[in-house]
Write a protein that binds this ligand. Sequence first.
Ligand code: NZQ
Ligand code: ZN
Length: 396
Amino acid sequence: MNNFNFCRPTDFYFGRGEENQTGEICKKHGATKVLIHYGGKSAIKSGLLSRVQESLDDAGISYVTLGGVLPNPRAELVYEGIKICREQQVDLVLAVGGGSVIDSAKAIALGVPYEGDFWDFFMGIRKPERALKVGCVLTIAAAGSEGSTSCVINREINGVVKKRGCGNQLNVCTFSILNPELTFTLPPFQTACGACDIMCHVFERYFTNTRGVKVTDELCEGVLRTMVQMLPRVMRDPCDYDARANIMWASTLAHNNLLGADREQDWASHHIEHELSALYDCAHGAGLAVVTPAWMTYVYKHDVMRFAQFAVNVMGCQMDYAYPENTALAGIAALRQLWGNAGLPLNFEELGAKREDIPVLADRIGDDDHTEGKFVVLRKPDVAAILTLAADYQRP
Ligand code: NZQ
Ligand code: ZN
């Protein structure tokens, strides 16, 4: 087990109706003026936004609003949010939405006290030293931004959309309000994308070269098994509270790094996917459903027994003691089946990606000496090979 520091001071409120306390929670955390940040129509249509505003009114907290965050959030709106927060002397950014809204809120919070361009933090030119507080009312279980140190933003530079992340302790939400009922209105496709992302956040940690991490291996497998059981349940019944609740808490546990602080983590599949969602503006979870099994197929020989363990302990496959490789491959096939049954794309065509873009996608991931991943260290030709596997995959 590796040495680690783990500090996640987020104040969580979980369960039915918890969003009605938003105003009091903001007050508890010292907010005096709030920017309510939200996405497209879903939070308005469901009445959530009005209820949050009412709760702030009741608590005597003034606010301004900024909607319009797109999935794969854009830098332009971040600049607008920074300007509003400065003019209005906002001290807390309240995200009402999913990962895109929370990340846009986090980026605004980083940008407000910084004299330079907030994008510096995403290009690795500067490290943030201060930020406004961010709170969230989560509406989709997926990205785990409600408990993570990450923030991911898209920005167009010279006609090319770049998707870049900034990892920093300052990105940890001050509070997160998680009511599983708020996810009942999710379209099935978004539910499935979210579930895929949650599982992939565990995979990035579970497939590791670090030894002696039994306790977190067991936790990883527990979260993954829960997802394997709950995903078909919510696909059948979107208002299954317990299934939604387990998925929502899994979203947080999968990505607040409880499961990974003690080990080397991979993240190649995520970085490859970010190039897909930058180029095609596809849902992050959909891109992962195409990339991750292809990554698994490319790297499983590096540690066949780990993939066999995943197949048996998570996907419920039988162990083939004579040929563990068969078990490893059966686990990957079972994962694809789970995701395919939930309506996720499994190859380039289903995602709307183009085979001829593979060189561009591989090229955008970094310079020629750039490497991706830790479980197996990948170079550009490896990335292109994984994308080719993803393009070529055909359902049985
Ligand atoms: O804009 P609205 O109308 O709200 O619609 C959204 C959006 O179209 C809809 N939606 C959300 N909650 C809903 C709902 N529709 C009906 N009912 C509800 N309750 O769902 C769509 C997707 O929302 P989005 O916020 O984009 O989803 P997600 O949470 O998957 O976030 C994806 C973004 O997070 C990044 C991804 O790259 C992507 O940009 N990630 C952030 C991470 C982090 N900060 O830790 C880690 C992840 O690996 C990921 O990279
Ligand atoms: Zn993700």
